[in-house]
Every structure is written in structure tokens, then in C-alpha cells.
Design a protein around this ligand. Structure first.
Ligand code: ATP
Length: 261
């Protein structure tokens, strides 16, 4: 299935694909222009950060990747992850009335369990010749998870409100709504190529806000209190000795002191 829509991105659908991020990269390398959305029914090699896996079974989940060729400076590229995270969290709240929160920088959690993962990859020939792929996996209708994920993962179906009736959730509609929100937020982001206009909304939905966190930085772990993001999308963490650290998303994960959140 291919299609165009009024929001100005084209879409390619695959029942099965290795990874929507990989397909978006192949399309980009074949010269496809800005704003192509790849959507798949399931992925055989779904990717997470740092070579990890994203569990991607068939059955009404969302696996999608958006190819972007921005005209802002490359330094702003990593913030697109935050723009997408905000858009997905807002959409889940609006469409499902569920308490979705953002776990900085790239995950969405409900009741402290991960329901969405986002993987943004930058492909660059040089500072003027680069593109971004923003991949999103949403556990929509998944009814159970493998043992190793059962404590940290959940789906919209498992979390849905009692009055929702228990039938399957329309993942096409949700995809469309996410893209609608993303287009709005991306336009706001694009005004200054930073989070100035989105920072407040992002911090309101930040699960780590004012919470004790453990920062898993490859250069050394530390603990502190997360205060929120700044306009560059960095997480501000106050250490126990009162000093402040601005954490850049790249290689870092953040955990609660006693668990995943
Ligand atoms: P973390 O979530 O540990 O802070 P991360 O944000 O770097 O790290 P991602 O790259 O977003 O993690 O996702 C990969 C990880 O998410 C995997 O290592 C696995 O623990 C978990 N995971 C994999 N598939 C799913 C899924 N469908 N739902 C929820 N969690 C998953």
C-alpha cells in the first residue's frame, strides 16, 4: 500500500520488514525526498538504541519510521526524538485517555512500564548532506510479553480504561493521530530548531521530573534529582552535592533509583 495525505508526507506499508528504520534508510539512499513514512505490520529485526532489540510481533502494534531531511543545523537533530516522544505521549493521552508519561529522552511509559520506544538515527555524508530517521514502536494491541520484558513492558490494550470495552484498538487511526501531532510540534520546533516552544509541554509529561534518578552514563554512573529539560533538550540533573549536570541524550539512559522508572 502506498499513499499520500494532506499533511504532506507519503507512506509505504509493508506486512513484514526487517526494520522500518532500515527500510527508510534504503529509501533515502535511493534518493527519496523529505517526509516518507514507512509503516510495517511487524519487524523481524526491530532495533533499539545501542544495538538492542525492539520486540516487534504482528498483531496490531505500530512500527513506523519517518524520513526527514531537515534544513536546520545538524546540532539540532537529536532533539527530534524529544519532539516525537512528546507527540506520541500527547496522542495517547488524547485518544486513549491514558496517563502516558515521557521517560527522558525517548521512551513513553504508562504506570512505570514502557509502552513506546523511539529510535532516531542520523545518517551523514557531511555537515550539509545528512538526513534523519525517526523510528517509533508502539505496543498497541499486544496481549502478553516475553518473560524478560514482562516487568518493564506494557501495551495500550493492557492498560486501557475499563470503560473502553476491551476490543482491539485501531492502530491505523492512532498512527494518523501521532503524525498529525508530530506535524504541529515539528513546525513549532522548526521555528528556532530547539525546544523553546515545546519545553513546557514536555516537562509537564516528564515522568522523571523532580524525581531521584540514576544516570547510566558510559563515562560513569551518578545519582541526582532530575529537574526537567532545557531548550536544547538536555536533562538537568542536580547532584547530591548541589552541582548541576546537563545530560545530553546520546549514549545515556536514566533509571529510577529503585527500578526502571
Ligand atoms: P532503556 O529503556 O533501558 O532506558 P533505551 O531507551 O536505550 O533504554 P530502547 O533502545 O528504547 O532502550 O529499547 C530497547 C530496550 O527496550 C530493549 O533492550 C528491551 O529491554 C526493551 N524492549 C524491547 N522491545 C520492547 C517492547 N516491545 N516493549 C517494551 N520494551 C521493549
Amino acid at each position: 500500500m502506498t499513499g499520500n495525505n494532506k499533511m504532506g508526507y507519503s507512506m509505504l506499508y509493508f506486512d513484514e520488514i526487517d526494520s522500518t528504520n532500515e527500510e527508510a534508510k534504503r529509501q533515502a539512499d535511493n534518493g527519496v525526498a523529505d517526509r516518507l513514512l514507512i509503516v510495517a505490520g511487524h519487524q523481524t529485526k526491530g532495533k533499539g538504541r545501542r544495538g538492542r532489540n525492539w520486540e516487534s510481533p504482528a498483531g496490531g502494534n505500530i512500527f513506523m519510521s519517518l524520513l526527514l531531511r531537515p534544513d536546520f543545523a545538524i546540532e539540532s537533530a537529536s532533539m527530534v526524538t524529544l519532539v516525537m516522544a512528546l507527540s506520541v505521549a500527547q496522542t495517547i493521552r488524547e485518544v486513549m485517555q491514558l496517563p502516558a508519561f515521557i521517560k527522558w529522552p525517548n521512551d513513553i511509559v504508562i504506570e512505570k512500564k514502557k509502552v513506546v520506544g523511539i529510535l532516531t538515527e542520523l545518517h551523514m555524508k557531511d555537515a550539509c548532506n545528512w538526513y534523519l530517521i525517526c523510528g517509533v514502536g508502539i505496543n498497541v494491541n499486544q496481549k502478553e510479553f516475553p518473560e524478560e520484558l514482562s516487568q518493564t513492558a506494557t501495551s495500550l490494550w493492557l492498560e486501557q480504561r475499563e470503560d473502553a470495552g476491551g476490543s482491539d484498538i485501531d492502530s491505523d487511526r492512532l498512527t494518523h493521530k501521532v503524525m498529525e501531532r508530530f506535524e504541529e510540534n515539528y513546525a513549532l520546533f522548526g521555528k528556532r530548531a530547539d525546544m523553546s516552544d515545546l519545553m513546557r509541554a514536555y516537562n509537564e509529561l516528564l515522568v522523571n521530573k523532580d524525581a531521584a534518578v540514576k544516570v547510566l552514563d558510559p563515562k560513569g554512573e551518578f545519582e541526582g534529582t532530575a529537574l526537567g529539560i532545557n531548550k536544547l533538550g538536555e536533562l538537568l540533573v542536580q547532584k547530591q552535592d548541589g552541582s548541576m549536570e546537563n545530560i545530553y541524550a546520546g549514549e545515556v539512559s536514566v533509571r529510577g533509583i529503585y527500578g526502571y522508572v
